[in-house]
Design a protein around this ligand. Structure first.
Ligand code: NAP
Length: 363
């Protein structure tokens, strides 16, 4: 496909879409961003807060809410842009997993994609790219998110008004060079509760170390939190965890869009993922937390109520991740270049940025 085409892209205030916007501008595409917001100023501010004012000024921003018919885009804009847009890239979606969010997940991922396909038709767009997930390759969906993505990608591949392409990235983390990300979900969401716990305990430690030792924890001079009694997580020794850097993922998607066959789904994954146990254990080393163990036996035996409460909170926070840390299919990558290797340095880059940004929590 020729470059300098016009792309209408959704999800540019999010983790993947924002980086894809940078990649498209780098490759000289003309870009129109569909952003939700109260008014023009608000939409500009919301985009600029993520990608910076310079980048936000280089694109056209249109108002859109994908759960609305025609993704909430008004007829005046549709009439103005008809025939102007070559490709739609649809990233916007809900990345929640829990069943309690089922309605929102379905409305956003299935309804939102249906609305974007209708919008593409109304705009006379010929090419439609959709950001799905590699985990649709689980034949039986394990949560409403995977279910919604299976349905949505089928709708995209069945679209008859033009050609379509589905990208199936695995778990997307920050930029390889500096760890920058505009979303702290997925991999980060798994560790953010432990990060907050460490912060909380370090405040207690600053006030009364002796009492902390009695309660069962201490901090070393280097700031490592040592738990005298293990906290437990139930994860597999054998399964892998497929992490990919966002800059690689958006570049791989764009390469496919420019060169690969249409009406096809492509896995955007690592071919050599590490074991999930290695990722979890090394990530705790980097976070400076000692004595979080793989689940063994009855976690409550011998625990004081202080630690039992912490363990219970952790269990409820991590419940939604359980399938991902216990089973992963073997994915075959369709990307044209191999994904960066996930080694200790890779994890350090990602987590050091997350720590610097307080895992996305307000400081
Ligand atoms: N993150 C991953 O590891 C991963 C892996 C595989 C696939 N994916 C897929 O990649 C896509 C982007 O994920 P992400 O991690 O970048 O998510 P994210 O950081 O949560 O960003 C989601 C984006 O979608 C927009 N959006 C959500 N609901 C919308 C609505 N109703 N109308 C208009 N815009 C809406 C958000 O806009 P607001 O700022 O207005 O909320 C935001 O720009 C999703 O489709 C996800 O399923 C993600």
């Amino acid at each position: 496909m020729d470059i300098r085409k016009t792309v209408l892209i959704t999800g540019t205030t999010g983790a993947i879409g924002s980086m894809h916007l940078l990649e498209l501008l780098k490759r000289n595409y003309r870009v129109i961003c569909l952003v939700r917001g109260n008014d023009e100023v608000d939409r500009f501010k919301r985009l600029a807060a993520v990608v910076g004012q310079d980048i936000a000024s280089r694109v056209q921003i249109i108002n859109g809410e994908i759960t609305q018919p025609l993704a909430g885009v008004g007829w005046e804009i549709i009439n103005r842009l008809r025939g102007e847009v070559d490709i739609v890239i649809h990233h916007a979606g809900s990345i929640k997993f829990d069943r309690k969010w089922q309605n929102e997940i379905m409305a956003t991922n299935i309804g939102g994609t249906a609305n974007m396909l209708t919008l593409a038709k109304a705009l006379s767009v010929n090419y439609f790219c959709y950001d799905s997930t590699a985990y649709t390759l689980n034949q039986i969906p394990r949560n409403p998110y995977e279910e919604s993505k299976q349905v949505a990608e089928k709708m995209v591949l069945d679209w008859h008004s033009g050609k379509s392409m589905v990208w199936r990235p695995s778990i997307v983390v920050g930029r390889l060079s500096d760890g920058v990300t505009h979303g702290f979900n997925g991999y980060y969401g798994f560790f953010s509760g432990f990060f907050k716990l460490k912060e909380h305990l370090s405040k207690k430690w600053a006030l009364n170390p002796e009492q902390c030792r009695v309660e069962g924890f201490e901090f070393t001079e280097k700031g490592i939190l040592i738990l005298s009694q293990p906290l437990c997580i139930d994860y597999s020794r054998e399964s892998t965890l497929n992490l990919v850097a966002v800059n690689w993922a958006v570049s791989a998607m764009t390469d496919l869009m420019e060169t690969a066959r249409w009406n096809t789904a492509y896995n955007v994954v690592s071919t050599d993922p590490p074991k999930v146990a290695w990722v979890i254990e090394r990530s705790f080393d980097i976070l400076g937390i000692e004595n979080v163990k793989r689940l063994t036996g009855n976690i409550n035996v011998g625990m004081t109520s202080f630690w039992r409460n912490i363990q219970t909170t952790i269990n409820s926070q991590l419940e939604r991740f359980w399938p991902y840390i216990n089973y992963e299919p073997v994915f075959i990558s369709d990307a044209l270049t191999p994904a960066p290797i996930v080694d200790l340095q890779f994890l350090k880059i990602m987590l050091q940025y997350a720590i610097q940004e307080n895992f996305g929590y307000r400081k």
